[in-house]
Design a protein around this ligand. Structure first.
Ligand SMILES: [Zn+2]
Length: 161
């Protein structure tokens, strides 16, 4: 019994990422980074955290992006951005966001069904399924910016309140 062995697939329907695939992604990211100027966040160290308030936000280059789309699990390691060493809140920088977009942008999202119901006073509320909370690590009060793209599509961006 080795609880740290993450190579053992937990669910058969989630494709396993092999070390070769991770290495391939690392090489790909290194290629993309070559010629791109360094992150503008590079000099950030011990900045105040918008979530916990401590002076512990610094530049990091070991962030991991993980998402499950239709029949596919995407894991992108070694991304740069900033992270709070106290509460763990993090944000990807522009270069990393671009890399994430390139790997996920043209893929159909699996999508989660959310119920929209009346919450009183003529307002409607949307309830996020537990899976969404887990994948996006939503545990605290956040502010959401909603951008309607059409009558059927919208982007929801979350920010710490
Ligand atoms: Zn913090």
């Amino acid at each position: 019994m080795n609880p740290k062995n993450e190579n053992v697939p937990k669910a058969a329907d989630i494709p396993t990422i092999t070390p070769e695939m991770v290495e391939e992604t690392n090489i790909e990211i290194a290629k993309r980074r070559a010629g791109i100027p360094g992150s503008p966040l590079k000099n950030i160290a011990d900045a105040p955290c918008p979530v916990c308030g401590l002076q512990s936000v610094s530049f990091v280059d070991d962030l991991v992006f993980e998402v499950v789309l239709t029949g596919e699990r995407i894991v992108i390691p070694n991304l740069s951005g900033i992270r709070c060493s106290s509460c763990g809140d993090f944000a990807f920088d522009a270069v990393s966001s671009k890399i994430i977009d390139e790997h996920t942008g043209n893929k159909p999202a699996g999508g989660y069904e959310c119920r929209i119901s009346t919450v009183g006073a003529g307002k409607l509320g949307m309830y996020f399924p537990k899976d969404v909370l887990r994948v996006m690590e939503i545990t605290k009060k956040v502010k959401a910016i909603v951008t309607p793209l059409s009558r059927r599509k919208m982007i929801v961006e979350l920010y710490p309140e």
